[in-house]
Every structure is written in structure tokens, then in C-alpha cells.
Design a protein around this ligand. Sequence first.
Ligand code: SAH
Length: 348
Amino acid sequence: MVYKQSLKNLLPEEIEAWVLSKGYPAYRGRQLAEWLYGKKVEGPQAMYTLPQSLRDLIQQEGNLFLTQLVNDIPTSFADSQKFLFKLTDGEAIESVYLPSKNRRTVCVSSQVGCALKCSFCQTARMGFHRNLSAGEIVDQVLQISRWIPENITNVVFMGMGEPFHNFESVAQAAKIMNHPKGLHISARHITVSTAGLVPGIYAFAELPYPFKLAVSLNAIRDDLRDVLMPINKQYPLTDLLKAVKFYTQKTHRRVTFEYVLLKDVTMTIKDADILVSRLKDLNCKVNLIPYNMTHAPYQMPDEEEILAFADYLQSRASFPVTIRWSGGRDKQAACGQLYTETKREEYA
Ligand code: SAH
């Protein structure tokens, strides 16, 4: 593996155990967790309540500098803002800060690139480079929150990568974000989005945390979904919807389906009718995402078409329908537009 163990891969109690294992009392571990996740300091030498010997040990073994911000950041954050991070092995990832009226959301990446080949998504063009560690995921939020005066309220795993291809690190990162002595973000405000990896959905349903699930549906006919999202050949719609039903029944939580609007492709009357009938017994909502331009040969629908499709669907559906008006299109920071040029390494 390229990345070393980092203290930011650890829950506060695991940090405490690490500190104990080095011969220091447990309260030093609690102080260290507070410096890392509460005060969000950059490096160990700023942790002035810790003894110098422990600070030096953290410097040598703690591996705290996981992500390094490399793009210019404005001084005001009224709009969405993309953050480009370089990782210790030279790879790069993007994260997006999304402010809205009552929320301050960070959209995190879970992998460098992605193994799925969704035809409309820019990240797919990169191919898969590697998984991120839990610490590299958590550090995206820590780094961004240093720039934002108020607390981050929400995290969505909707950046680069397929979270359920990196299940363990994603689950650990979400736990650290949620932990009261971690980033202390409500579990209900942490959403993991999958392209439809069925085993991941079953595993996610078993986690003893009320994290939220989103599923990128994007098409409701197998013939079309096979083309747009080849993962559908492995996990076709019947299996996917069965897994989602299991999740909603087991957790009593509503699932969000994302549905990308590709002009003349996914937004026909026929597709709306099938959505209504196939989702009618599910505890769900449907979030329509108008297509954002990428390399792919699809067209963006205009506002009138988007509203007409949404109205038609809502007038017949038993579930709520919302529209995600993406900010950040001009900065290539909207859904499906994340892409980084990095060296691809061969991993032994
Ligand atoms: N791999 C996970 C996490 C990425 S989420 C998943 O698929 O859910 C990114 C979201 O952006 C997905 O819902 C995807 O369907 C959507 N998306 C991808 N490309 C897009 C584009 N060009 N325009 C609008 N939405 C897009």
C-alpha cells in the first residue's frame, strides 16, 4: 500500500489506545484527539498542551499531512467552491464545498478515480487509481473547515469514486465524522451515495449508525441502465430495488434516488411512468439532477423541460420529487464534473 497508517484513520478512542501503547496516560490521547478533530490544528508542534516528546513522536509516526490544498481559494464562500488536494503519493482528488441557506455541506471523494464506467460522468474517464484511506477522506473535511468560519453541518460521499468499492474506509471515515469527539456531525447529515453496488447496500443497512443512503438510479429500464451504468449488468434493477427495499425496511429510513436528466434519453414520459410504478412501494424520494456538461455526447435539458418532467412525475408519484439545481457548473465543480490529472502509479 502506498499510504502509511495515519492517526486520522483512527476514532478518538483508538487514538487514546495508540497514545497508551506509547507509554503516555490516556488523557494525553483525549487531548490529541481534541487537537486533531476539535481544534483542527495542522501539525503536532502546535499541540502545546502535549509534552514535547509526544509531539515529536507524532511528527515521526503520526503521518498527519495527508492532503495538501493546491488551488487558489477565494476569501468569500457564498457559492460552491472546488478544492483540489494533492496526496502524499502525488495523486490528486477534488472535494466541493456547497453552502446553502441552513447548511454547509462538504462533498468528499472516496477514491482517486473510479472503476465504474458510467457514460455521463467525468470521473469515469480517469479509470481507477486507488482507494482513499479513512484519514484521507476525513482530512478533506478538516482542511475545508479551516477555511469556513462556521461549522460544517453536512457531508455527502458524492465526489470522485464509488464509496462501496471502498466500504471499510468509508464507514470508518463516516464514524470519525460523526463521533462526538471526532468532527461531531450528525449521522443523519452524513449521506453515502452508491451507483448501486448491491452487497454494499446490504452491508450499509447493518451499520449501527443512522447514516443516510443515496442511490444513483439514473435510469429505470435495464436496457438503458446497462448502457449508462455498466454496473447494472452485474446488479440489475430488480436486485437493486430489492436491496433498497431491504435497507428501508431494516432501518426505517428513506432512501434518496438520484436521477440524472439527459435530454431525450432519461426523461421521456415512458420513463416517468415506469418510475412511478416501480418505486411506488418504496420509502424514497427522487432527486432529479439536470445533466452537467462533460466529455460525453449528451445534451443538457433546458429549464422548461426539467420543470415539465418534474411536474409530470410529481403529479403521479407517491414519493416526493426534488430538483438539484447544481451550483459550480462554471467551475467544473458540479455533479459528475470532478476530474484530476495525476500520475498513475503501478502498485505492487
Ligand atoms: N459513485 C457514487 C458517488 C458519486 S455521486 C454514485 O454514483 O452514487 C455523483 C452523482 O453525480 C451521481 O448521482 C451521478 O449519477 C451524478 N452525475 C454523474 N455525472 C453527472 C453529470 N454529468 N451531470 C449530472 N450528474 C452527474
